[in-house]
Every structure is written in C-alpha cells, then in structure tokens.
Design a protein around this ligand. Structure first.
Ligand code: SF4
Ligand code: SF4
Length: 478
C-alpha cells in the first residue's frame, strides 16, 4: 500500500550553538569588527569645517536641503549620477573580489556578519560558551534562566537601539538628535528610522542570524557563478584528512605513525570545525553555499593539529587547483574583464568629479497655456528658472537670452542673489514680435552668468508661437 508523505518545503531550523575559537582568522575578524563599529558609531560626531553657511558634520545626508556632505565633498541632487557610478563600482568590485578570494565579503565585512558576531559575543558573555548555552536551553524555566534570557535580550535591544539612532544621526546633526530624541522634539522621520532599524537589527542579528545568510541572502545563492577552480575557498583536504581508511578518533597509545600505517588520515573527527561554524555546516562535506568563508573552522582545526602535533592546514584557504597541486591563475578572462570595467568606472568617476560645475540651472516652461498673445500683438512665453549655487559663498547671477532677436526679457530681480549652497527660482516672461520668428517653435538659450567669476551656464529651450503668425505681419490675429 502506498504511503503518503507530507510535502516539506524546507527543513526545520536546526539551532546553531557556535563555540568560541582563537586563531588568526578570529583575530582578523575582531580587528575588522572593531574598526567597522568605531567608524559606524563615531563618524556622525566628527566635525568638518565647511565655512559659515554649511553644516559642520563630516558626513551628513541633508535631505531637507537636498545636499549630501561627505568630508570635503558636497553632492547635490543633480550629481546623483555619482551615487549610481559608486554603486556600479561597488558591485563590480564585489564580483572581482569574489572571483579571486571567494566570499570574503560575507565572512568579514557584511553588516549581517558584523552585527551577528557582536550579538553572539554578548550571548557568550551572558549565557556562557556553547555547552553552557545548550544546557541552559534544555533546562526548565527558573529564575536564573529568566534572568539570563532577560539580560541577553535587553543588551541585544540596547545595541539595536544604538544602531538605529546612529543611523538616523547621519541625516541630521548627531548631537542635536540625542537631545531632541529624548525631549520628544526630533523629526518624526528620526523616530520611524530608529524604530525600523532597532526592530530589524534585533530580528536579523539576534533571532535569525545564520538564516539570513542561508535562506534569504541572494548573494549566497548566485555566488557559484563567480567561482571557478582558481577561486580561494575554505576547503578540507580530503586526501590528507581521510587517508585510505577514513578519519578516525585518536586511540590511547596510538601516534601519528600508527594511524598512518592503519590507513587513517589526519582528521581526528573531533567535530570542532563544525562546532565553531556560525552557519552550522560541516566543511568536510565539501564546499556548500551556506559557507560564508569566515575561516573560523580553519582556526579550530589548526589548534587541533597543533595539539596532536600534526602540520596545520588540514582545512585552509585554498583553491580547487591548489588542492590538485596545480598552478593557480587569477588573471583569467573573467577577472581581467572585471578589472577593465573597474578601471573604466574609476576613470569615469574621476572625470565627472574633475568637471563638476558650481552652478546648476533648471528651466521649466509653462505649458498651459503654451503662449499668450498680448494686446500689442507680441507673443509671450513664461518660464520658471531655478539656479543652484553649489559654492561656499553667496553669488549673483545675471540671466539673459541668446538666439531670440527682438525679444524683451522680463525677470525680477535680475541679477539673482543666491545664497551659499542654496537654490533660488524666478519667473521669466519673454515677449517677441511674431514677425521676427521664422518658425512656430524657435530654439534659443538662457545664459546664466555669475558676476565676478564669469562662470556661466546655458540652457537650451524653445519659444512657441502660433503657426499662422510667424514670419508675417505681426498685426495678424493668431
Ligand atoms: S565552514 Fe568554516 S569558513 Fe565556512 S562558514 Fe563555517 S566556519 Fe566559516
Ligand atoms: S577540526 Fe580538524 S581534526 Fe577536528 S574534525 Fe574538523 S577537520 Fe577533523
């Protein structure tokens, strides 16, 4: 008789209790963690003198005034293309680095990894290392268990809140934010941002942890297309570890020579490489998409190899070619292609920065109505001009028109006085006798000239008149 099996879409979560470990890769991870946290949490408080009319926060994304301040660089909405260039550069750099060094971004630099690492450190402080945590979770509820769980979650929420406020501090004055936040005078956006970041940090780094990397992160799923046999991966040396008779636990009175003679490999099946893994996998089963290349299993195994007096490197950063004792070639057509794109994007960015203008002009023509016939027979078009002064001091800009003979230009005031880092709009009326026009749509330019420096910008637009009136008697009715 056929048996019905329920459909299972995914395996239920196996709770992971990573063990702490000491070693080279753990120290590198600690160093990067410290650096990343120092930068993220302290950067909003660093000041940067930009002159009297500008904020003095080194990094400030000033959304109300539509300006991004990044140390000495000020970006305006018109320069949002730089953000696109930067993101393109970051994406290609990620592909390039992944092609050569595997998932090092995941293991060392990803926000999810960094915050999860801190959350696990807090968990270890409060509840103890792996065995103590496993025992605590199996215990029935008691005052001690309640206290430990409360302390851990309170600290996690504290870190999440600090993360949320620190993120919001990049969008307003960081010192004012703290004062206004607790006086309930901060902008609603600051409270909403903090709330969202607090909730997501606590959930993703505290509750979901490795599941974010193994179940949700798309990068982990498509990384295999960037890998080839030259790519550095964390790998277990199967030939050395298993020998001809497989791995075996050490027996009393049996040394490395006896093990070798019995056909056993160097792996003593202690399981430490599995116990330290933050995603809970066994690297001895080969490269798996859950591996974030953090290197902690290398540290664990190297410590074991030291203690049993065998050479380190049973698990190591290596490549498939190195495992086969073949020469590695990092400069394949794929990596050369990535490098070429990186270089091109960098040159594009540098060129765009070097040729940036301090003056931005935007012109909108009134479309309803497109033109008006005045009582004296002339045709009038109306425009809105916005001048953005990206300099550190106020400047005045004279506006005139090129390419419209006999045009009368009415702008008030002219020149325009625009404050430092500010934008100012004005209405322009242009009146033209239709007899002086050759076509119903005439291209012309607004010229905006800064007084003093002589810097100028042109904006090409059109003047419209009724077809039947142009080039003829300007007394004709339109
Ligand atoms: S297998 Fe090793 S390198 Fe991969 S995630 Fe686990 S501990 Fe890190
Ligand atoms: S840590 Fe090394 S020796 Fe221990 S099980 Fe893992 S591979 Fe084998």
């Amino acid at each position: 008789m056929a048996t019905e099996h329920p459909l299972v879409f995914h395996d239920p979560r196996q709770r992971v209790y990573p063990r702490s470990v000491k070693g080279t890769f753990r120290s590198i991870k600690h160093g990067i963690l410290l650096l990343a946290y120092t930068v993220f949490f302290l950067l909003p408080y660093v000041r940067w003198d930009r002159g009297p009319n500008f904020p003095d926060q080194a990094i400030l994304f000033d959304l109300p005034h539509r300006a991004f301040y990044i140390f000495g660089l000020t970006m305006w909405p018109q320069e949002v293309i730089w953000l696109a260039i930067f993101l393109l550069f970051a994406a290609v750099l990620l592909f390039f680095v992944t092609g050569i060094a595997g998932r090092v971004f995941c293991g060392y630099f990803c926000f999810q990894t960094l915050w999860t690492d801190l959350y696990m450190t807090i968990e270890r402080w409060v509840e103890g290392d792996r065995t103590a945590r496993m025992r605590l979770d199996k215990e029935p509820w008691s005052f001690r268990k309640l206290r430990l769980k409360f302390e851990k979650h309170a600290l996690w929420i504290g870190v999440a809140f600090l993360t949320g406020v620190s993120f919001a501090a990049y969008f307003t004055d960081a010192f004012d934010l703290w004062r206004d936040f607790f006086l309930l005078q901060a902008a609603p956006a600051a409270y909403i941002t903090t709330l969202i970041l607090t909730a997501t940090t606590y959930t993703m780094a505290g509750l979901m942890r490795e599941q974010v990397c193994t179940s949700f992160c798309p990068y982990g799923r498509f990384q295999s297309v960037m890998f080839d046999e030259n790519t550095k991966i964390v790998a277990y040396d199967v030939a050395r570890g298993e020998g001809s008779q497989g791995r075996a636990k050490p027996k009393k009175g049996t040394g490395p020579e006896e093990r070798k003679a019995a056909g056993h490999g160097d792996c003593i099946d202690c399981g430490l490489c599995v116990q330290v893994c933050p995603t809970g996998i066994d690297i001895r089963n080969g490269l798996q998409y859950q591996c974030i290349s953090c290197g902690l299993c290398i540290d664990a195994c190297n410590n074991v190899m030291d203690s049993v007096k065998l050479p380190k490197g049973l698990i190591s950063y290596t490549s498939e070619k190195e495992l086969r004792n073949e020469k590695v070639n990092h400069w394949t057509p794929k990596t050369l292609g990535y490098a070429a794109v990186l270089l091109a994007v960098a040159v594009w960015f540098a060129f765009s920065m070097a040729n940036r203008s301090t003056l931005v002009v935007d012109v909108q023509q009134e479309r309803q109505p497109l033109y008006v016939q005045l009582s004296d027979g002339r045709i009038q078009n109306k425009y809105e001009i916005k001048v953005t002064n990206k300099q550190g001091q106020a400047a005045s800009y004279a506006i005139d028109v090129l390419g419209l003979p006999q045009a009368e230009v009415q702008i008030s005031p002219n020149p325009l006085q625009v404050g430092a880092g500010r934008a100012l709009g004005t209405t322009v009326y242009i009146k033209v006798p239709p007899a002086s026009l050759k076509e119903s749509k005439t291209h012309f330019n607004f010229r905006i000239k800064q007084q003093g420096s002589g810097e100028s910008a042109r904006y090409e637009t059109d003047f419209y008149a009724p077809e039947e009136m142009v080039g003829g008697d300007d007394d004709d009715e339109g």
